[in-house]
Design a protein around this ligand. Structure first.
Ligand SMILES: Nc1nc2c(ncn2[C@@H]2O[C@H](COP(=O)(O)OP(=O)(O)OP(=O)(O)O)[C@@H](O)[C@H]2O)c(=O)[nH]1
Ligand SMILES: C[S@@+](CC[C@H](N)C(=O)[O-])C[C@H]1O[C@@H](n2cnc3c(N)ncnc32)[C@H](O)[C@@H]1O
Ligand code: SF4
Ligand code: SF4
Length: 332
């Protein structure tokens, strides 16, 4: 059989292994989760701000420029990273978000997570610049509750719903609605949220999120995730398992409901395939760890970015591990 490129010798296993990013726990990195600003127009009662130490509400600060963001993505793409998630703060606060999207290399998927307040006017331009889909955070369909959870001003819920409709019209689909479950506040709204997404016929899907009680004052809002997962499973006609975090997707009466369950979940961390980048230009090996960041802001060229990227991957460690693995690590 004729070789496609007879000049090029087949690659050795060693050469091949250099082209992927894998940490010492065998977890391959295939995605980047890039925070492009710490600024936000809301003040949600539970916000982890992607693990940042602080949450800037004021001026621009030390945010990465589009050139650096795209340089990082280009380097990561050389090692098989093919999914990018933009987050914040509120990513639509960046007026140059379209510019950032325009300079990315070809990728399998580019998505963003937004609170949706500024989405209505930007959906079309974001799509045209290369954004494939969005997740929109929407914790309640009751205006007073929505305002209580997010600190938003009256009228904001309608803006978010108009933003969701614009995203659907622009083709930023499927739009995922992120609903953080808060006991005693919105945990009675799961069914009404399912009815809300139903008319969109798969163009909008529901993602339920277990609260991460990063602050002890939040613990009283934790729902019983085990019981919820059991009831979703009982109601589902089909259950799918995603590779990312091994998250379950339940198909209930034709509506897709994904459950994100990060707390005390070693399976979730075992299938963590994304490396994070902070708004001020640091690789962040884990959402919940802040003492192992790798500064990439001053990187002068692609070689430096590559070196720092590999250093960050080498620092990755599952936050939650099965007891048997922890015991082995202690003995070693
Ligand atoms: N602990 C932890 N939580 C995460 C991680 N990635 C996402 N989450 C949480 O998952 C929820 C949904 O995040 P999104 O930004 O919408 O993105 P996603 O659902 O992870 O990504 P897609 O499903 O691919 O759109 C949020 O509450 C995040 O904090 C992670 O690596 N670790
Ligand atoms: C930090 S926000 C950034 C993007 C954007 N501002 C938004 O709210 O969609 C990303 C996602 O994390 C979720 N989130 C924030 N704090 C959380 C927590 N303590 N537990 C679970 N999810 C949380 C939000 O609901 C949102 O869906
Ligand atoms: S909108 Fe997003 S970043 Fe802003 S406070 Fe809420 S969860 Fe945090
Ligand atoms: S190791 Fe676990 S907690 Fe840390 S980022 Fe990955 S999934 Fe999240």
């Amino acid at each position: 059989m004729k070789q496609k490129n007879p000049e090029k010798a087949p690659e050795t296993a060693e050469e091949n292994s250099k082209k992927i990013l894998e940490d010492s726990y065998g977890r391959r990195v295939t995605g980047l989760r890039i925070s492009i600003t710490d600024r936000c127009n809301l003040s949600c009662m539970y916000c982890h701000n992607e693990g940042a130490d602080c949450c800037a509400r004021g001026p621009v600060g030390n945010e990465m420029k589009p050139e650096l963001i795209c340089g990082i993505v280009r380097e990561a793409a050389k090692f098989g990273v093919n999914k990018i998630k933009f987050s914040g703060g509120e990513p639509l606060f960046r007026k140059d978000f379209e510019e950032i999207l325009s300079c990315l290399p070809p990728l399998k998927e580019v998505s963003a997570t937004t609170n949706g307040i500024l989405l209505e006017k930007r959906a079309r331009t974001l799509k045209a610049a290369g954004l494939d889909r969005v997740n929109v955070s929407l914790d309640s369909l009751v205006p007073e509750k929505y305002e209580r959870i997010t600190g938003a001003s009256p009228g904001s819920l309608e803006k978010v719903i108009r933003g969701i409709d614009s995203a659907v019209e622009a083709g930023l689909t499927p739009v995922k609605l992120n609903m953080v479950l808060l006991k005693g506040i919105n945990d009675d709204e799961i069914d009404s949220m399912m009815e809300f997404v139903r008319p969109y016929k798969g163009m909008v899907i529901l993602q339920l999120i277990e609260l991460m009680d990063i602050d002890p004052r939040l613990s009283k809002y934790m729902i019983n995730s085990k019981a919820l997962e059991k009831s979703l499973a009982e109601r589902a006609s089909e259950v799918k398992v995603r590779h990312l975090h091994h998250r379950r997707k339940y198909i209930i009466d034709g509506v897709e409901v994904e459950f994100v369950r990060p707390m005390d979940n070693s399976e979730f961390c075992a299938y963590c395939s994304r490396l994070r980048v902070t708004a001020d230009g640091k690789f962040k090996p884990c959402l919940l760890v802040n003492d192992n960041l790798v500064d990439v802001m001053g990187a002068k060229n692609s070689e430096e970015i590559e070196k720092l990227l590999k250093l960050a991957v080498s620092r990755r460690k599952p936050y939650c591990m099965p007891v048997s693995t922890l015991e082995q690590e202690e003995k070693a």
